[in-house]
Design a protein around this ligand. Structure first.
Ligand SMILES: *Cc1c(COP(=O)(O)O)cnc(C)c1O
Length: 438
């Protein structure tokens, strides 16, 4: 079954992704020739689309003290980070490895917020000592983490700037798609315990309280849950400041959705202006506001290209076997996610219904089910909206080299990641010594 709206309306990723005649183009480049030139599987990104997505947040925030921190777990390739760093963006990181990537891509530690429930001592040290004065802020998710961070900061003679990640517990019945802002998950500090946690933080000499944050979920397509979460945060801000603890910034997290099929999420500019209105209405308009968007900055800016290897018609199902697999793009296999699949070159023969699957030895290895496509072996398919949680979640399962990546920038085509050579996949492995006497 084709998704409603996918065939009729504009392609997800438009206007950067468009059909010109029979050929699918991204940022003005025909995709089929790129697949032939660089090989498949191949991720292709539009730099223009990434810049435009960021600008949508930044324009709506103009004139306000603000920082957009790209949640880089969505796509952490260096050239993607570089693109955002050059545009003044900060970064939301969740590991020491991500911090190294930011610095390698030319980003600044002073614009980094460090999220995550499991920060190790080593990662805290690394973040405290990065750049000239450490990362901008630690988004702390528990009281034990506060104590550990205090100890590590004092050990290196620094004060760690902290924000507490609050679990706002926004109503799950009204917002069933919210997954990380609820009482029963591992993220954040419960709203009811937050004031005590702030008192504890303020009493620790190695810490400096600077803000408050939340992150309520992902692929959110409405503004209301954000407004509810902001209200809950601002209630706390009032209580915390009444207790004599000053807060500088409010970080509303990420989670804005993109179009995979027929979703119609609000534009980032609309989300931002609705939140700013609410902030003003409640008398908090002077505060710096932070956002942590991931998917909405990169998701619709990329596609995954794969070549049709074999067509295998069957009695119950027809299988189209391509050279990309769950190790390249795990969202369908892991979440049952629906992602649009388009031929890079249209044929005028009648479409046939296919399951598009990869070569990995798992029946869960599929990219799309029941897709009506006119195909021949050798054709190139594009999986759309693959810029987020694609390459960043890729693995080497079945000892498959991870895909190459291209960045399109106006007329230019940049190879930003070479296909991994197979030898490199086991370069860090060791054979055990052979038994003596053989
Ligand atoms: C994953 C994550 C984000 C980004 O989520 P998206 O849905 O990709 O926008 C932001 N903040 C935190 C703390 C996250 O874990």
């Amino acid at each position: 079954m084709s998704a409603p709206g996918a065939a009729s309306g504009a392609l997800p990723g438009a206007p950067w992704l468009e059909r010109r005649g029979t050929e699918l183009h991204l940022e003005g480049h025909a995709l089929a020739p790129l697949a032939r030139r660089f090989g498949t599987p191949l991720f292709v990104y539009s730099r223009g689309a990434m810049r435009a997505a960021l600008a949508s947040y930044q324009r709506a925030l103009a004139g306000r003290r603000h920082l957009v921190c790209y949640a880089m777990k969505a796509n952490s390739s260096l050239a993607v980070l570089q693109t955002f760093a050059e545009a003044g963006c900060g970064f939301d990181i969740v590991s020491g490895g991500e911090l190294e990537r930011v610095l390698a891509a030319g980003g600044s530690a002073s614009k980094v917020v460090f999220s995550g429930v499991g920060k190790t001592r080593a990662e805290m040290r690394q973040a405290l000592e990065a750049g000239t004065d450490g990362v901008r802020c630690f988004n702390v998710e528990s009281v034990p983490e506060l104590e550990r961070l205090d100890a590590e900061a004092r050990a290196v003679g620094r004060r760690a700037r902290v924000s507490l990640r609050i679990n706002p517990d926004v109503d799950a019945r009204t917002h069933p798609y919210i997954s990380t802002g609820l009482r029963d998950n591992k993220f954040g500090i419960a709203h009811a315990e937050a004031l005590d946690a702030y008192r504890r933080a303020a009493a620790l000499p190695g810490l400096q309280v600077v803000g408050i944050d939340c992150h309520i979920g992902s692929q959110i397509t409405q503004v209301e849950p954000y407004l509810d979460a902001l209200d809950r945060l601002l209630d706390l801000v009032d209580a915390v400041e009444a207790a004599g603890i000053a807060l500088h910034h409010v970080d509303v997290g990420g989670g804005l959705g993109i179009t995979y099929t027929d979703e119609r999420p609000p534009d980032a500019a609309v989300l931002v202006s609705r939140l700013l209105e609410r902030l003003d209405a409640r008398g908090h308009g002077h505060r710096e506001i932070l956002f942590e968007p991931g998917r909405s900055l990169v998701g619709n800016a990329g596609v995954l290209l794969a070549e049709v290897q074999y067509l295998k018609p069957g009695e119950a199902k027809n299988f189209c076997i391509v050279d990309a697999a769950m190790n390249d793009l795990v969202r369908p296999a892991m979440y049952g996610a629906w992602m649009a699949i388009e031929p890079c070159t249209l044929r005028d023969t009648p479409p046939v219904r296919w399951d598009v699957v990869g070569p990995v030895c798992e029946s869960g290895d599929w990219l799309g089910r029941d897709r009506d496509l006119a195909l021949e072996p050798g054709d190139v398919l594009a999986v759309l909206s693959a810029g987020a949680y694609g390459m960043a979640m890729a693995s080497n399962y079945n000892t498959r080299s991870r895909a190459a990546e291209l960045m399109l920038d106006g007329d230019a085509v940049h190879l930003i990641r070479e296909r991994e050579p197979a030898r490199g996949l086991f370069a860090h492995e060791r054979l055990v010594p052979a038994p003596a006497g053989r």
